[in-house]
Design a protein around this ligand. Structure first.
Ligand code: AN0
Ligand code: CP
Length: 316
């Protein structure tokens, strides 16, 4: 695995899950592996979990870790080639990325969809330039179309909490006042399709995800029907893909509530966080014993540590 931006970058998914579980049991077993290796985490956007868990993952492996909030301490970056740089952006990503690559052994990048242009976002213009020009392995910490460290932690969490071999996993759209990227839902669907879980995706019409992620999976537009017998409810808001970046609905009948959870098979409630209470999910559901959002976030540490461990093995 040279870079990690999707589930397809893993050589073997079962082995990766096994490694993450082993690391969870004994997080310091490879604490010499990262000696004199530097992990540099570049954030174009805010973060709590990704920032802290990925730093901690590097530290547990003995790495040196640098965190760079590029929009705060760095020069504003031009990302388009061929432009006359007479605007407010003093540095080009074409120089910035290879320079950053000289100061570290592995780079993590968070660069959300900008929602200016669907093509640019879906071509992954920012993270792709890191891959092309950094000269070191790149880990996605949520790019424009995927959030693979999140999906890895989600898979790990379902493995730990499932009570049957083939649980029914339902991903539901939920309302939110702002336009949110499709990265988390795209990535979750892509990842879940690599498992043998029963996967159901439910959302209002107009919120269809890109065909490259859904494949032959058809959405269920009736949310209550989708929830019937579910073992896991995975809630997430996203903006429209077809009407790119638009919020088409804030219908709070889609907010995950006790009424919804009542038709499930005592489903566990999941969300990647941060979550807006009483928009995405009611207080009663997220505060219930079936809510596993905190253990899910805890697993971000072990998914990141597994990915870094596999990368460090290849740097040896
Ligand atoms: C981001 C998103 O929806 O992609 C990050 C989630 C991990 N969420 C927000 O911006 C609220
Ligand atoms: N789930 C997640 O990626 O959280 P942060 O945006 O806080 O990193």
């Amino acid at each position: 695995m040279k870079h990690f931006t999707t589930v397809h970058d893993l050589d073997n998914l079962d082995e990766a899950i096994k490694l993450a579980l082993e690391l969870k049991k004994d997080p310091y077993q490879f604490q010499d592996l990262g000696k004199n290796k530097t992990l540099l985490l570049v954030f174009f956007n805010s973060s709590l979990r990704t920032r802290l868990s990925t730093q901690k993952a590097g530290l547990n492996l003995g790495m040196n870790v640098i965190v760079f909030d590029i929009n705060e301490g760095g020069w504003k970056l031009e990302t388009e080639l061929g432009v006359i740089m007479d605007s407010d952006k003093p540095e080009h990503i074409r120089e910035a990325v290879p320079v950053i690559g000289k100061y570290c052994d592995i780079i993590g990048v968070r660069a959300f969809a900008k929602f200016e242009n669907r093509e640019d976002d879906y071509q992954e213009k920012i993270i792709q330039q890191f891959i092309d020009y950094a000269g070191v392995p790149v880990v996605s910490m949520e790019a424009a179309t995927r959030h693979p460290l999140q999906s890895f932690a989600d898979h790990l969490t379902i493995e730990e909490h499932k009570t049957k071999e083939r649980p029914k996993v339902v991903m539901t759209w939920a309302p939110h006042p702002r336009a949110l990227p499709q990265a988390v839902p795209n990535s979750f669907v892509e990842w879940m399709r690599e498992t043998d879980y029963e996967l159901v995706v439910t959302h209002p019409e107009g919120y269809e995800l890109a065909p490259e992620f859904m494949g032959d999976l058809k959405p269920e537009y009736d949310q209550m029907k989708a929830f019937e017998g579910a073992d896991f409810i995975y809630a997430k808001s996203w903006a429209s893909y077809n009407d790119y970046g638009k919020v088409l609905s804030t219908d709070r009948s889609w907010t995950v509530s006790d009424k919804h959870m009542a038709v499930t098979n005592k489903a566990k409630f999941m969300h990647c966080l941060p979550v807006r209470r009483n928009m995405i999910v009611t207080d009663s559901v997220i505060d219930s014993a079936n809510s596993i959002v905190v253990p899910e976030a805890e697993n971000r540490l072990f998914s990141a540590q597994a990915v870094l461990k596999m990368m460090l093995d290849q740097l040896k």
